[in-house]
Every structure is written in structure tokens, then in C-alpha cells.
Design a binder for this molecule. Structure first.
Ligand SMILES: [Zn+2]
Length: 149
């Protein structure tokens, strides 16, 4: 499992945005890696990203078998290998502009923060520390109702 700290929750993005935790096939600017399958993760702590840039999001592509990862990948550099791999009860959840398929929150947190547990296409869990403004959104309340005790 991975835990990642995020920036405040932003507006919900269009649903055609790739889902964090998907398996993707690479076809970007590194020909030696064309056709390789990676796990799609958010592009956090990237030295190339400008935090004030509102342009297209970048992603991290992680090799599911090693610790190697490609940072700062453009959406045009990969294609998801399958659609709708997540469980039918997964909740679409936006954290810092990235789209997740969330399962539940960890007990605790505050009115402004939660640890959200998400699904991945490889069947592993993924935890994201989420900070947001004000009262929890309906998606957060729905995830809170599923907390493990
Ligand atoms: Zn980046």
C-alpha cells in the first residue's frame, strides 16, 4: 500500500479523465518503453510541474513489478488497457484534480481531512491523504459511511 499526501480537493473533472490505479499501455516519447504496461498514479512531487499551471494534468507511470516509474507523463503518452475494472460499488472521487475509484475512508480524520482507500486494477490497495475545504462533500460522506471499525 502507498500513502500519498495531496493538495486540497479541486472541482470534479470530466468523467473521461483516466482513473488513478488503472493499467495503461505506454506509447510516448521513449520508444524503448512502447507497449509496456504501467500502473497509473498521480504526478506528485514532480520537479517539472509548475503548481500554478492549469494545463493538462501529468501522471506517474509505475512499473507494477519493480520500483521504477516514469514521472511527468502526458495523457497522450498512454492508453488505459481496460475500462471499468473497478468494483461496481466504487465511488468516483476527485482528489487534487485526479480521478480515483474509492472504497472507504479510514476512521478518524477531521472535518477537513481523511485518508481515502482506493482500488487499483492490480487488486492492491492505495491510500491517499485528502484535504478539502469546509464540510465534507457527498462523496466523502458516502465513503465515511463505509469506514472499517
Ligand atoms: Zn510533473
Amino acid at each position: 500500500m502507498t500513502i500519498t499526501q495531496t493538495t486540497p480537493q479541486q472541482a470534479i473533472q470530466p468523467t473521461d479523465q483516466p482513473v488513478i490505479g488503472s493499467l495503461v499501455t505506454y506509447h510516448g516519447s521513449l520508444p524503448d518503453l512502447h507497449g509496456r504496461t504501467f500502473l497509473l498514479l498521480p504526478d506528485t512531487n514532480c520537479r517539472f510541474c509548475d503548481p500554478d499551471d492549469d494545463g493538462p494534468r501529468h501522471y506517474t507511470l509505475a512499473d507494477p513489478d519493480t520500483s521504477q516509474a516514469l514521472k511527468h507523463a502526458r495523457p497522450s503518452s498512454f492508453t488505459p488497457t481496460a475500462t471499468n475494472w473497478w468494483p461496481s460499488d466504487a465511488i468516483d472521487f476527485n482528489i487534487a484534480g485526479y480521478r480515483y475509484k474509492a472504497a472507504y475512508t479510514t476512521p478518524g480524520g477531521s472535518r477537513w481531512a481523511r485518508i481515502v482507500h482506493c482500488h487499483t486494477a492490480t487488486g492492491t490497495g492505495y491510500r491517499v491523504w485528502c484535504r478539502f475545504d469546509g464540510d465534507p462533500a457527498p462523496e466523502v460522506r458516502a465513503l465515511d459511511a463505509r469506514r472499517l471499525v
